[in-house]
Structure formats: C-alpha cells, structure tokens
Design a protein around this ligand. Structure first.
Ligand SMILES: *Cc1c(COP(=O)(O)O)cnc(C)c1O
Length: 365
C-alpha cells in the first residue's frame, strides 16, 4: 500500500497532540483528570461566547457566512484596519497551510527556528516545501542565525512570538533589525497565538510593520486566551493585496457558523479576557515560586505555559504525572528531551500539578 502514498507524506512525523482528558480517564481508570498540556484556557470559554453559541444553534442547518463578514468587521474595528486585511481560518493552523500554499514555489524554502511550533515543519512537509532551522539560543529564537540561513530561495519566515514551547519572545529591537536586513522577496509570518498574555514593554508591535507596508502576516487565534480551542478559529492580518490571494486558497466554508458567532462574542467580553490574563499571571508566579523551592529549573515565559527542566527524560515524568491524573506535555519531539511543558491552570490545578510533580520527581532521587 505504501507505494500508493506520496513520498513526502510517508516522511511526515505526525503531530502528537496533548492527551485528551476523556481518553486518560478511560485508559487509566481515573476519575479526576486535569489537562495542562495544550495551553488552552482553563477558565472555560467566555460566558458571552456560550450564550451566542446557544442562540445560534438552531441555525446550523445553513452554511456559515463564507466571508465571515460580521467577525471581520469587528476585528477591523478592534485593530483600526479594514475588512480586507483579514483572512479567517479553521484555527490558525489552517492559515499556516494557506500561507504556504499561497506563497511558496516548489523550490523555495522556509526559515524558522528549532524548538518551535511543530506545525510549520509538518505542514511544509505535506506541501513538499523545505524548512531550514536555526538553533535556539538560550531557549530563544536567534534572529541573527536565522538571517544567515536566508538565501535566494527563501520565501517565508515563521516566527512564533512568544515561542511555543519555550515561552520566550523576540524583542522590538531584535525584530526591527531583522526586518530591515531581510530582502524584499521574503514574507515574515508572526505567529502571535499568545499575545494576550504579554506583560513586557519591549514586545514588538508587529502591526506597525504592516502599516509601514512591510511584507508581513500576523497570525492570531481564539484557541488560547479567548478559550475557543474546540471551535477552531484563527485569523491572519495582512495587506489587502496579500489577503486577496490567501482568500483564493482557503476553503469557502472553513470557519463554521458557531465559531463565527462565538468569536464575535468573545471579542466583546473584555472582563473574561482580563480575568484570564490576571489569573494566568498569578498562576505563573505561583508555579515559578514552587519550582524554585523544589530546585527545579524552568524558562521564564511571557505566555500561558512554562517549559520545565525536569533533568531526566520528560517522557517518564509525563507518564508518572499521568498516573496521578495530571496531563502535561513531554518535549522530545521538540528536541527538548529532559523537559516538560505545563500550561498555567486554575489555582487548584496549579497546586495539584505542583503536588504531583513533587511526588514524581522525589520518587527517583
Ligand atoms: C496553539 C498555537 C497555534 C494554533 O492554534 P489554533 O488552535 O490552530 O488556532 C498556533 N501557533 C502556536 C505557536 C500555538 O502555540
């Protein structure tokens, strides 16, 4: 059967998602399982989004609005841009695919970092496109090293900012330097899935580059701070011209009806976003403090997760935590074999994670 399959598909290492709660309960016979593995919002979707979904349920016999008019209009107002600057996606994952399909010829390449979001590589591979990775530097994107990888055939740069799974970010100055040094023939994609959690002053204002007519695309998602991971909704912001081409690639009904109304409502729910942000920052401080007390290393994060140096195979720590009903993420696929990544949860979830980690790490020392 293998002979039937495209070679590049055979070569793909499938994306391993965070383990679902239900599956874990079933497999391990556990009642109380918490998931801190996929950087979701632990406080639920916004109540306003839930109401909007309920109000729209009886309309799902109809196709969704293929233009996503109301959501785009709201986004345009939110950013002071126009409708023509937005492409909606079935999660920002879909938009990574749309971007690659829109811009890349067969012999062109992507430059990104090692130790970053795996979808760039997987989606590129499925599309038969080459990716070049610069090493991380102190768990951070090394834009200087990436610049050196750019050649005549480089079309796209992917920068996850903040980076997943390290939680680090590239600064305003670093980005300014990088963009100025790039040839005009390259499009920079800023994947800003965690922008809502940023609490530093030198985070780059990527929109300003759009306004300066630089060739950039910004990806945002409703899956993290906005709490709508299960509905699949993301968007790209770009110049109106680039948007028209990307619109040719996406499926006409890629964003479902419930996602559109929920996204619109979630954007209006500032209280929910503020609460999510505040509790995430509090929870992060708590986990930092407890890890330090345990003598466990970690990488400072500006996102809603922490990369933890467990000093032994993360795969084992992941499995041990699972037995106690705590799902975290092991990092071997990212080339970070001795690390786990934990999402900031509710206060109770964070306390439970720390309790379990203390037990798990003490067991073998
Ligand atoms: C979670 C995540 C996304 C994508 O999420 P969607 O659910 O597909 O919108 C994109 N990029 C990074 C870096 C992420 O961590």
């Amino acid at each position: 059967m293998k002979a039937l399959i495209r070679k590049s598909v055979l070569a793909v290492k499938p994306y391993i998602p965070g383990k679902p709660i239900e599956e874990t309960k079933r497999q391990l016979g556990l009642k109380e399982v918490i998931k801190l593995a996929s950087n979701e919002n632990s406080w639920g979707p916004s109540p306003k989004a839930i109401s909007a979904i309920k109000r729209s349920l009886s309309g799902v016999n109809r196709y969704p609005d293929a233009q996503g008019y109301y959501l785009k209009k709201r986004l345009a107002k939110f950013f002071g841009l126009s409708l023509e600057n937005f492409v909606l996606g079935n999660g920002s994952d879909e938009l990574i695919d749309v971007v690659i399909k829109t811009f890349m010829e067969a012999d062109e390449n992507i430059v990104t970092s090692q130790g970053t979001f795996l979808e760039y590589e997987i989606i590129a591979q499925v599309n038969d496109r080459k990716v070049k990775h610069a090493p991380l530097r102190y768990f951070k994107y090394d834009l200087g090293a990436m610049l050196k990888l750019v050649d005549k055939k480089t079309k796209l740069i992917f920068i996850a900012n903040p980076n997943n799974p390290t939680g680090t970010y590239v600064t305003k100055d670093e980005v300014a330097q990088f963009i100025n040094a790039l040839p005009e023939t390259v499009v920079v994609v800023f994947d800003e899935a965690y922008d809502a959690f940023i609490d530093v002053d030198d985070y780059p204002d990527s929109l300003s580059y759009l306004k300066k007519k630089k060739k950039i695309i910004i990806l945002r998602t409703f899956s993290k701070a906005y709490g709508l991971a299960g509905l699949r909704l993301g968007y790209a912001i770009a110049s109106a011209e680039l948007v028209t081409y990307m619109e040719r690639i996406r499926q006409p009904f890629n964003v479902n009806l419930l996602a559109q109304v929920a996204g619109l409502a979630a954007l209006e729910d500032k209280d929910f976003l503020t609460k999510t942000r505040r509790l995430t920052l509090e929870g992060k401080d708590f986990i930092y403090q407890e890890l330090s007390r345990m003598g466990v290393g970690y990488v400072l994060s500006v996102a809603n997760f922490i990369l933890v140096d467990v000093g032994r195979p993360g795969q084992e720590v992941f499995k041990s935590c699972l037995k106690f009903g705590v799902i975290v993420r092991e990092m071997s696929q990212y080339g970070l074999a001795n690390f786990i990544r934990v999402t900031i949860g509710t206060r109770k979830e964070n306390q439970r994670f720390i309790r379990v980690l203390r037990k798990v790490l003490a067991v073998r020392t």
